[in-house]
Design a protein around this ligand. Structure first.
Ligand SMILES: [Zn+2]
Length: 272
């Protein structure tokens, strides 16, 4: 009521016109990308979180197509090892700025993996779970490791469970090589040392460092764009539960392994 009276006063009329112009210019209907698994969610997107119209739980679990999402951009081939990779536009812009600065110092950064949604991660996970993809030392886990918990923990040394990966968010990327040894000497060491020294100036943090109490092994190649990733990590702390991690072979192990607390939140403190 007060609002209507305010609009009827001379100053209020001006405000009313401004409000109308604002709504015409800026309040475009949000694009809601479709869910891929045919489900609909009753959750409403938290507008304070950067999920671009996808409800936040669906977003953090990667159940959307980044190619169809309004906040994602394709990584130009000049910065990538292959075409067809996507990142959040803010993360890509920050990476390009970082890469440009690095190039000036003779450091060449290359994105070798970017956004992987739930369905892409499910393929990776199930290939390892079912022995179609061998893990290190040529092990076929379906044969060598019948115990489900032990098998899941083995895969989790380097691969996330579908629904629990930071790669779902569009904020995280793997750079240059997927081996810590590469970053321990020569060109790789120069790249890693540069990232440790300068990454934070562009908003990047290494989530899987040495010395953490739980979570994935060290990954010197994995870097995360914190201005978007930090609020999503906070969201997971409060709203993502082990029981939500489901829909793939071996998902029954998620609660016993405590996937959310030990893996999603088992990151470098500086990235929180
Ligand atoms: Zn990674």
């Amino acid at each position: 009521m007060n609002f209507i009276i305010a609009l009827l006063s001379p100053n209020g009329l001006k405000s009313g016109v401004i409000l109308m112009v604002c709504s015409i210019l800026f309040c475009k209907p949000k694009l809601i990308p479709p869910l891929l698994d045919g489900t609909t969610s009753t959750l409403v997107s938290d507008q304070s979180l950067p999920t671009g119209g996808v409800d936040t739980l669906t977003y953090v679990m990667g159940k959307f197509d980044p190619a169809e999402h309004p906040s994602f951009s394709q990584v130009p081939l000049i910065y990538a090892s292959r075409s067809g990779m996507y990142l959040r536009s803010e993360a890509l812009e920050a990476f390009i700025n970082m890469s440009t600065a690095a190039t000036r110092e003779g450091i060449h950064l290359k994105i070798i993996s970017a956004t992987r949604n739930f369905y892409a991660q499910k393929n990776i996970w199930e290939d390892k779970w079912n022995g179609r993809r061998l893990v290190e030392n040529g092990q076929n886990l379906a044969i060598t490791t019948p115990d489900p918990i032990k098998r899941a923990l083995k895969i989790l040394e380097y691969s996330s469970m579908p629904g629990s990966s930071r790669h779902h968010w569009g904020t995280d990327m793997d750079l240059n090589a997927l081996e810590n040894a590469y970053f321990s000497a020569g060109e790789g060491k120069k790249i890693y040392d540069w990232l440790v020294k300068h990454g934070h100036e562009f908003g990047f943090c290494q989530p899987y460092t040495a010395g953490r109490l739980s979570g994935y092994h060290v990954e010197k190649w994995h870097w995360s764009y914190m201005p978007v990733a930090r609020p999503l990590t906070d969201y997971c702390l409060n709203h993502l539960h082990n029981e939500a991690i489901q829909g793939f072979d071996g998902a029954q192990t998620a609660s016993q392994i405590n996937i959310v607390e030990d893996y999603v939140l088992g990151i470098n403190q500086q990235c929180k």
